[in-house]
Design a protein around this ligand. Structure first.
Ligand code: ADP
Length: 297
């Protein structure tokens, strides 16, 4: 499969409060995490044994090399992860206050320089059996994935989707708030999930999977749909749960599993990821998944 999307570095500062304009604060500690929805989803799929090519852009800088090395070490093919001179790798600066309140600035950097023509060239060279993409790259770049045999689109962060592009989407995977932004309806129970899915079907999208946090996920095809519960776990960090879900969903669909079974397995992968810290380090391997939910295979 090909994952077309973003790679970022999150720089997280802990401080007593979020700084006011003009204020300099002494923070208590600093951590950096590699991420970006594209990179997270590529690793999630590779850990489960999928053959993954990552089509993305970083800067010609240390963060960009870190991302390429980490993805490569996780078994992701980074041939089409290009490093561009004169632009910085996508970065988020995050201040987390002791109260838990935060302030975030995102510089999309190289992610915004991933051009539609580069994506088309990479897709023509790799001939993926499935393409998975998200919305942390430009709209025209996402739309360069049109015309693929199987296209899974994770509309995160949410933005409007053109009717022309909707017709190319096999599976759209919003979370609850993204589904609400896209349809104007809050998917709070089975009936409203089904109504949301129908709004999206009317736009030409073929299948819809709405992720519902600890309540699992609702899958809908034009013929049937229902909520599938996830594992009951002690979640300590839900960062990247949606990415774990999407990488897993794509992996299991490619194994020829039906949407229902692929969603059950993706729920389990995402639930396991919430029991560990971070995004990339939290993605389970196939062996860990089989140990947890062998019955679903
Ligand atoms: P996002 O992370 O994109 O906001 P969700 O919150 O819907 O998306 O989470 C994605 C998936 O992660 C869910 O469908 C579910 O399988 C799993 N998940 C999230 N939170 C929990 C939780 N507290 N317990 C178990 N599974 C969870």
């Amino acid at each position: 499969m090909a994952v077309v999307g973003s790679a970022n570095v999150d720089l997280v500062f802990r401080a007593p409060t979020v700084p006011a304009p003009g204020q300099t604060l002494l923070g208590s500690d600093f951590t950096s995490f590699l991420g970006g929805k594209g990179a997270n989803q590529a690793v999630a799929a590779a850990r489960l044994g999928a053959d993954v090519s990552f089509i993305a852009k970083v800067g010609h800088d240390t963060f960009g090399s870190d991302i390429a090395r980490t993805l490569g070490r996780n078994g992701v093919d980074v041939t089409f992860l290009s490093a561009e001179e004169g632009v910085a790798t996508g970065t988020a600066g995050i201040v987390v206050a002791d109260s838990g309140e935060n302030a975030i600035v995102v510089a999309s950097g190289a992610n915004w320089k991933l051009e539609p023509e580069e994506i088309e060239r990479a897709l023509a060279a790799t001939h993926p059996d499935l393409v998975l993409t998200q919305f942390e790259i430009r709209e025209e770049s996402v739309e360069a994935c049109s015309g693929q045999d199987r296209l899974v689109v994770n509309p995160a962060p949410a933005r409007d989707i053109s009717d022309a592009f909707c017709a190319h989407i096999d599976i759209l995977t919003p979370n609850r708030s993204e589904a609400e932004q896209l349809t104007g309806l809050r998917p709070s129970n089975d009936l409203t999930c089904w109504t949301c899915a129908n709004v999206l079907f009317d736009k030409g999208i073929k299948n819809v999977v709405i992720t519902l946090g600890s309540e699992g996920a609702f899958f809908a095809t034009p013929h049937n749909g229902r909520r599938l519960p996830t594992l009951s776990v002690r979640a300590i960090d839900t960062t990247g749960a949606g990415d774990a879900f999407n990488g897993a969903l794509a992996t299991f669909l490619l194994q020829g599993r039906d949407l229902e079974n692929a969603v059950q397995l993706a729920n389990a992968v995402a639930a396991i990821s919430t029991t560990r810290r971070g995004a990339i380090p939290s993605m389970p391997t196939l062996a860990e998944l089989k140990e947890a939910v062998g019955r679903l295979f």
